[in-house]
Design a protein around this ligand. Structure first.
Ligand SMILES: Cc1cc2nc3c(=O)[nH]c(=O)nc-3n(C[C@H](O)[C@H](O)[C@H](O)COP(=O)(O)O)c2cc1C
Length: 329
């Protein structure tokens, strides 16, 4: 699959944009563990044009994480165009527009998934962003506003007309938020529409090697985007790739490998965002990292209440000692 000139090979696997998760340290870890391309969390166009420090920091790209897409969201066309120029200076491989965020705070202003209610407006915004930059532009959206308004085929064709170079589709409506199941059939309808030429990537509930293979083989999609399935298990990409290529399931990584990864992630995080935030945001990773270890709850409690990195490293030493003979399967 290609995004403009960017050749991502057969059936690429993407790390999804996730707020407070898809930061440079996590993106590097995912790239090293088999993700073919990664995306930043969404960045406010208003924040960027105001020069807000928090938004600008989100433009950081580490060596080792390319190809990377920077995702923006907003509701004001001029701000979107100005922000596109700022993002271009950070030189990502792709600029992605968020048309899928379901949260009230975003939607009520007319950003994120609100665009699904007005595909004409969505087309206009996309066309203007495409015009404002030399970089390829992609879009990420949902299948519709609610179950009575599933309009993703129309939306996708409009995005293509506007110059988007690929479309990432989360198979839920805005009303579903994150509940229910992602509807891969609706995404496949876009892929198999005779007018569709740009790549169509499926997203939503793809969290095992077998599901990635289904998305490729049964649904015929161009690639898969993985969000929650990568939190606390960044090796999911490697396992998917191996299964896609060989039909065999790789053994789960050992405890030692997991802890080594976690230490590396934490170290990069502390350096990039400071110890307090790094320690806080690492908390959501622990559950899946140690899933299956009997009696791990005690340690997990310690990990999520630890307030500095040294303490976390000590707890990891203890886990390694207590479970050294444990084999994940
Ligand atoms: C914690 C979290 C933060 C998210 N932040 C973003 C975001 O910034 N931009 C975006 O397009 N989607 C965001 N999403 C949605 C994901 O990119 C993805 O579409 C959704 O989680 C479904 O995929 P999954 O089932 O593989 O997780 C977020 C999801 C989660 C769980």
């Amino acid at each position: 699959m290609k995004i403009a000139h960017l050749d991502l090979g057969d059936f690429p696997l993407f790390l999804a944009p996730m707020e407070d998760v898809s930061d440079p340290p996590f993106r590097v870890i995912c790239r090293e563990n088999g993700a073919d391309m990664v995306f930043t969390e969404f960045i406010s166009t208003e924040g960027l044009i105001r020069g807000a420090e928090k938004s600008e920091k989100k433009l950081d790209i580490f060596p080792g994480e390319r190809p990377v897409g920077i995702q923006i969201f907003g509701h004001n066309l001029n701000a979107m165009i100005e922000a596109t120029k700022i993002v271009e200076k950070a030189n990502p491989d792709v600029i992605d527009i968020n048309y899928g965020c379901p949260v009230k705070k975003v939607v009520n202003k007319g950003a994120g998934a609100a665009f699904l209610k007005d595909p004409v407006r969505m087309e206009k915004f996309t066309r203007e962003v495409v015009r404002a930059t030399r970089l390829p532009v992609t879009v990420k959206t949902r299948i519709g506003w609610d179950e009575n308004n599933i309009n993703i085929v129309e939306v996708a064709l409009r995005m293509q007309d506007a110059g988007a170079q690929a479309i990432f589709i989360h198979g839920r409506t805005r009303s579903q938020m994150y509940g229910g199941k992602a509807d891969w059939d609706e995404i496949a309808k876009v892929k198999h529409h005779p007018g569709m030429e740009i790549p169509v990537v499926a997203n939503g509930d793809i969290d095992t090697p077998e599901k990635a293979a289904l998305i490729r083989d049964k649904y015929g999609m161009d690639g898969a985007m993985i969000g929650r399935g990568a939190i606390g298990s960044p090796w999911v990409f490697k396992r998917m790739r191996h299964y896609l290529e060989t039909g065999e399931i790789l053994p789960e990584p050992s405890l030692e490998e997991r802890i080594e990864l976690l230490r590396k992630y934490l170290k990069m995080s502390v350096e990039w965002k400071g110890e307090r935030l790094a320690v806080f945001e690492a908390r959501r990773q622990y559950g899946p990292f140690f899933k299956g270890l009997p009696g791990i709850k005690k340690y997990r409690m310690q990990l999520v209440t630890a307030d500095n990195a040294a303490q976390i490293h000590l707890i990891l030493d203890e886990i390694l000692e207590e479970y050294k003979d444990f084999v994940f399967n």
